[in-house]
Design a protein around this ligand. Structure first.
Ligand code: FNR
Length: 184
């Protein structure tokens, strides 16, 4: 099973990137997970959408060939970071590679609310007419990692909080079942 991952933070020491890498290693027997670099994408421009730069074409190809997408994102100013919105704007037009794609959104913050507002916005964006993904339903499947700096080892990027790991394990299994249920 091929899974691509978008990370909503492009800073070097991103906690969300550390979680994505932790997942890549921990679930390597469950799926082949690659992390796409959204920092290389130019600003979305409608004038270019029919003949976008090569990096955009490559990005869309990677998503199109994947069975599912994982999005790990922080919250910026009560929403998702612009860099992630930009990536979603590119995929929402012309080759709409998120249409019916199973997506598992999750995120981590240093504060107590664990990106809840960003996740709610993200779910709305993913359900929009242009993006139109198949989002893992809410109601127990929201992975909101709060106080993340205390739960992730800085050097290794390992999640040290057992409850968080066990919850993530169970939601990854739920997501795999969800992906399989979407297959024709
Ligand atoms: C933040 N942060 C933040 N946290 C939060 O819980 N709600 C918010 O609205 C915001 N807004 C916000 C805006 C901007 C511009 C920055 C830089 C930060 C804090 C954020 O959760 C924290 O910096 C995370 O560590 C960012 O994720 P990464 O980069 O570690 O993955």
């Amino acid at each position: 099973m091929k899974v691509v991952t978008l990370v909503g933070s492009i800073r070097k020491e991103s906690l969300n990137m550390k979680i994505a890498k932790f997942m890549q290693e921990r679930y390597k027997d469950k799926f082949d997970m690659s992390i796409l670099d959204i920092s290389v994408l130019p600003f979305y421009n409608q004038d270019e959408e029919h003949n976008p730069p090569e990096v955009v074409k490559d990005f869309k190809k990677e998503i199109a060939s994947a069975d599912a997408v994982i999005i790990v994102t922080p919250e910026y100013n009560w929403s998702i970071p612009g860099v992630l919105k930009n990536a979603l704007d590119w995929v929402s037009r012309v080759e709409r590679v998120f249409v019916n794609k199973p997506v598992f959104p999750l995120g981590a913050s240093q504060g107590v609310l664990g990106t809840i507002r960003a996740q709610l916005h993200l779910r709305e964006i993913l359900s929009s007419t242009g993006v139109h993904a198949k989002v893992l339903p809410p109601g127990g499947n929201e992975v909101l990692i709060n106080l993340a700096a205390q739960k992730i080892e800085q050097e290794t990027g390992t999640i040290t909080d057992i409850t968080t790991i066990e919850f993530l394990d169970s939601k990854v299994d739920t997501f795999i079942d969800f992906i399989n249920a979407q297959r024709p």
